[in-house]
Design a binder for this molecule. Structure first.
Ligand code: NAD
Length: 528
């Protein structure tokens, strides 16, 4: 495979990034520091990735898949270490990190190690059109080249792995820029790949802040995979548009959960409590607006309030902790402002978990009622443990209100009526919908994950996520060799007769008319 031409490197590279630190969100203690990468460092990392690309891309996909299997082994062996690093810099309990980060990353590695060699094998395309009847067409899948992955802090290991794994197995080299709040989880991901035998510079991790992310987009990468907020996603999309490089954007959400009166309300309360408050409510696909059929409202609210009031809110280091601190005190302050806006507009607190004593950045899980559509909690993404309950008259109103948002990441429907579940799911504007469950679609390795509307574009995971990591190439070879193709120059009466015969043979409604022109068509094919 030839070395790819790098895309244009922007002449307006952003300012150098600032140093980044791993902090314990509960105490603010800094336990690791990384030097700032300069803009030139970022450009050089992309250059090294480009040099490493042909060697990696030329390996058979089965070899690249075998590397994923070795990575999976290494990750399994070091699973508790990874969970503890994620817990220390993100603030979630280590048991949660083991399930939602390590387990999910193991699943990605296993899925793509098995699936990629089958799906990326070149295959012959069906020959249906005039042109392809004369040609054998093979579809090949080529890597883009260097992929820039920009990741957030909320699932710092899993989300980075979910973007890096398909990119690598498809033959790309990757420069990963993790969030400035969680650099060590990504550094550990890089270490595990090195342990698995990934050649130097095929995956590089560059801890840095937003400026480093902006520099990466501009540094000559062939594609960008971005996960983060809508505001940053818009900037990344604009920069990629100016450079004409493809990007996929996994952005924020304000997912609706719809609970019908026939649902198992106690189970729904347990599922939605975990969905909303795990990871301290900082989950893109968390249910952030809960709509309940009016006649079940009080019963569901009572179950949900009980669940919330019994949550253990504490630093991840405290045994039994379920909900930790938010990533930074500033994030809790932002959520406080959304909460205050709702209270000022007449919302009431239905239930609140007990706050821990001491520690910074805690926002006790809180349930609001009496909310109105204008309130910020209904219009904006609430990225923390705060949720409104909203009564709805019926199915139609539930669907209308669920779709009344600029976001469209995922959603859930809770009912014992499977037919109703599917019917409502098909009318929700969302990238995925779970019936009687929440959140998990984002972590299922074989499902396409992504959003509609402002929640993003493109898909990660599953077959569609893999196909975003490649450029399909159609290669044509001859089935029939003629001295001249019938559509080449020599326009005139003969050309017109042949062209008309082709059109008639392939598209005339009458079979008799089609058969009559076959002789003219075959003469045309022979170049006569
Ligand atoms: P963010 O947008 O602040 O940062 C995301 C990443 O972008 C970070 O690495 C950051 O350093 C980098 N960045 C910042 N400015 C940049 C720029 N100008 N150019 C390039 N990179 C830049 O988001 P966050 O606070 O880290 O993450 C939380 C958000 O991410 C929430 O909105 C959440 O819903 C969303 N999210 C979405 C998904 C999904 O799959 N759809 C998954 C997780 C998180």
């Amino acid at each position: 495979m030839a070395t790819l031409m790098p895309p244009r490197v922007s002449q307006e590279l952003p300012a150098p990034a600032r140093p980044v630190e791993s902090r314990d969100p509960a105490t603010g203690e800094v336990w690791k520091r990384y030097d700032a990468p300069s803009t030139l460092d970022v450009v050089r990392a992309v250059e090294r990735a480009r040099e490493a690309h042909p060697g990696w891309a030329n390996r058979p996909v089965a070899e690249r898949a075998a590397m994923l299997t070795r990575f999976r082994r290494a990750l399994y062996e070091r699973r508790h270490e990874v969970a503890s690093v994620v817990s220390r810099e993100n603030g979630k309990p280590a048991s949660e990190a083991l399930m939602s980060e390590v387990f999910v990353a193991l699943e990605y590695a296993q899925y793509y190690a098995g699936f990629a060699p089958k799906r990326l094998r070149p295959h012959v395309a069906p020959t249906r059109t005039m042109g392809t009847m004369l040609k054998k067409v093979t579809i090949e899948y080529h890597p883009h080249g260097v992929v820039g992955v920009i990741a957030p802090w909320n699932y710092p290991f899993q989300l980075a792995a979910g973007a890096v794994i398909p990119a690598l197995v498809a033959g790309n080299t990757v420069v990963l820029k993790p969030s400035e709040f969680t650099p060590t989880s990504a550094v550990l991901l890089g270490e595990l790949f090195a342990q698995a035998g990934l050649p130097a510079d095929v995956l590089q991790v560059i801890p840095g802040d937003g400026a480093a992310g902006a520099a990466l987009v501009q540094a000559g990468v062939n594609r960008v995979h971005f996960t983060g907020s809508v505001a940053t996603g818009r900037k990344v999309a604009a920069a990629c548009g100016a450079l004409l490089i493809p990007c996929s954007l996994e952005l924020g959400g304000s997912d609706a959960a719809i609970i019908f009166a026939d649902a198992d309300l106690e189970r729904a309360a347990r599922g939605l409590s975990w969905g909303r408050f795990s990871n301290a409510g900082q989950t893109c696909v968390a249910p952030k607006r809960i709509f309940i059929e009016q006649r079940a409202f009080d019963a569901f609210a009572a179950h949900f309030a009980r669940e919330v009031q019994t949550l253990t809110v504490a630093a991840a280091s405290v045994p039994g902790a379920e909900v930790g601190p938010m990533i930074r005190p500033a994030a809790a302050t932002m959520l406080e402002a959304q909460f205050a806006d709702a209270i000022a507009g007449g919302a009431k607190v239905l239930a609140r978990a007990k706050a821990p004593s001491g520690g910074e950045g805690f926002f006790p899980p809180t349930v609001l009622v009496n909310v109105t559509p204008e309130m910020r909690v209904m219009r904006e993404e609430t990225f923390g443990p705060l949720v409104p309950l909203v009564p709805v008259a019926d199915e139609a109103e539930a669907i209308m209100l669920a779709n009344r948002t600029e976001f469209g990441l995922s959603a859930s429907v809770w009912t014992r009526d499977a037919e109703r579940g599917r019917r409502v799911a098909s009318q929700l504007e969302a990238g995925s919908v779970a019936v009687n469950d929440a959140v998990l679609t984002a972590g299922m390795s074989n499902l396409p994950h992504g959003g509609v509307k402002a929640s993003g574009m493109g898909r990660s995971h599953g077959e569609l996520g893999l196909m975003e990591c490649v450029e399909p190439r159609a290669v044509l070879t001859d089935r029939v060799v003629s001295p001249r193709q019938p559509w080449w120059f020599r326009y005139g009466a003969q050309y017109d007769a042949t062209a008309d015969a082709f059109l008639t043979a392939l598209h005339a409604p009458s079979w008799l008319a089609r058969v009559k022109v076959l002789g003219t068509m075959i003469r045309g094919l022979r170049g006569g």
